[in-house]
Design a protein around this ligand. Sequence first.
Ligand SMILES: [Zn+2]
Length: 123
Amino acid sequence: MNAHWNAAVRLRCPACGHGRLYAQLFDMHPACLACGQTFVMGDGDFVGGVYLNYGVVAITSFILFAMMEQAGTYTVGQEVGYLMTFVVLFPLLTVRHTRAFFLATVYSTGTLPRPPGDHRPAP
Ligand SMILES: [Zn+2]
């Protein structure tokens, strides 16, 4: 597995793999505390992580709906109840990782702003 993706799984800095991405539950540090790599892109750039999360939820919900329909043991009310619960809880549980994967993706393209004085080779 690519080192950037490995860091994303562990919610660590994609540059050094050591610094934590999050200061609190959903608040990301502006930069890595270990190496100084900035985590902040332009305004609204982290919408990409939200889009990624939305796509995962939409596809997974459709698959779950199809599986429940195929099973034929659930009423429409039960299906709606289960899926509504899923689409509320699943994004809350996965948004930290989808943002981390989006950050790792942007970092791997070399377009994430580097800290001043950082002369390491591009990823
Ligand atoms: Zn770092």
